[in-house]
Design a protein around this ligand. Structure first.
Ligand code: UDP
Ligand code: MG
Length: 317
């Protein structure tokens, strides 16, 4: 019998969790018929509602439902990392608690992994949304811009519309865990570790209960995390624009110098000088800002703090 661990990050999901569990029951039967045993690693990401209580009840009722609980909210990235660390299965799935990730895709995912040829194995079956229905158009627009930008400046491919919902083999999970960086950007990490990934597509669904934890501001900051974690192109842009401006100012300097020699030096051009000073000041600040972004990430990395702190743990042995 193969073993599947399902990692479910949960932040304020007390309403969605019981619905999620009910929806998973028939799928667990199907998986069992396919020869796979399932256990859950729910990760309570410092929820402020009754999520932990619901998880304790689920554990009481069904021994397959294990959970770990954080001492505060550490974010979905930390929750996934903790879940993967505590997952013991031969296969590991990552899934949201709000049923936006259709449970009935799991049997297909398992089939693809099991039936993949030994000489060209598939180690991961991921999922992509084919549309962004139900999302504000402005958000979709920025999301699309982000994917275009990051794929242009990063060597790691970040697939547009790819969800975190996926089923992976043990060796892929071990590879992911071996990247213990503090600033985690999973969409990049999944792809960075390599291995062959197959994509299944599905139409976007609305969450069953509760509401999304991602505000526009959070998504924007997350996209900057993604860029700084998987590309150093902004640093190069800063130094290239520095060089370009140096070259231009050198030519301008020659021009001004020769003009002063030929026509004398009437005091004029104050507005243009102010413009140039302001422009250069802005460019310098931008360059320092970009440096600061990377320095801040390095600072957090060097501190080597744990990704999360546990306050309670109850897993299936
Ligand atoms: N989540 C989490 N920690 C957070 C935010 C979200 O563990 O700080 C979980 C959340 O409970 C859900 C999943 O991550 O299971 C996806 O969150 P959400 O549905 O809010 O994101 P969306 O589907 O809107 O992208
Ligand atoms: Mg969701």
């Amino acid at each position: 019998m193969k073993h599947i661990s399902i990692v479910v990050p949960c932040y304020n999901e007390e309403e969605a969790l019981p619905l999620y569990y009910e929806a998973m029951l028939p799928v667990l039967e199907t998986l069992r018929a396919q020869g796979a045993d399932v256990d859950f690693v729910f990760v309570d990401d410092g929820s402020g509602d009754g999520t932990l209580r619901v998880l304790r009840d689920l554990h009481e009722k069904d021994g397959r439902c294990g959970y770990v609980s954080f001492s505060r909210n550490f974010g979905k990235e930390a929750a996934m990392y903790a879940g993967l660390q505590h997952a013991k299965g031969d296969y590991v799935a990552v899934m949201d608690a709000d049923l936006q990730d259709p449970p009935d895709m799991l049997p297909d995912m398992l089939r693809i992994l099991e039936e993949s040829p030994a000489d060209d194995p598939v180690d991961c079956v991921g999922t992509r949304r084919t549309d962004r229905k139900g999302e504000p158009p402005i958000r979709s627009f920025f999301a699309r811009c982000f994917y275009r930008l990051i794929n242009r400046i990063s060597k790691t491919e970040i697939v547009d519309g790819a969800r975190d919902y996926r089923l992976m083999t043990r060796r892929m999970v071990d590879a992911i865990l071996s990247l213990s960086e503090y600033n985690r950007f999973s969409k990049g990490i999944f792809s960075w570790v390599g291995f062959k990934t197959r994509w299944l597509e599905y139409v976007n669904r609305e969450r069953v209960a509760g509401e999304t934890k991602w505000s526009f501001r959070k998504l924007f900051l997350y996209s900057i995390d993604g860029i700084t974690a998987f590309s150093t192109a902004p640093l190069a842009i800063a130094s290239f624009s520095g060089m370009a401006i140096c070259a231009v100012s050198f030519i301008a300097l020659l021009f001004v110098f020769i003009r002063a020699l030929v026509f004398g030096d009437p005091v004029a051009g104050w507005p243009s000088m102010i413009c140039i000073i302001l422009f250069l000041g802005g460019v310098q600040l931008l360059g320092i800002g970009i440096l600061g972004q990377y320095l801040a990430k390095t600072y957090l990395e060097v501190k080597n703090r744990p990704q999360y702190v546990l306050q309670e743990k109850n897993l299936k042995e």
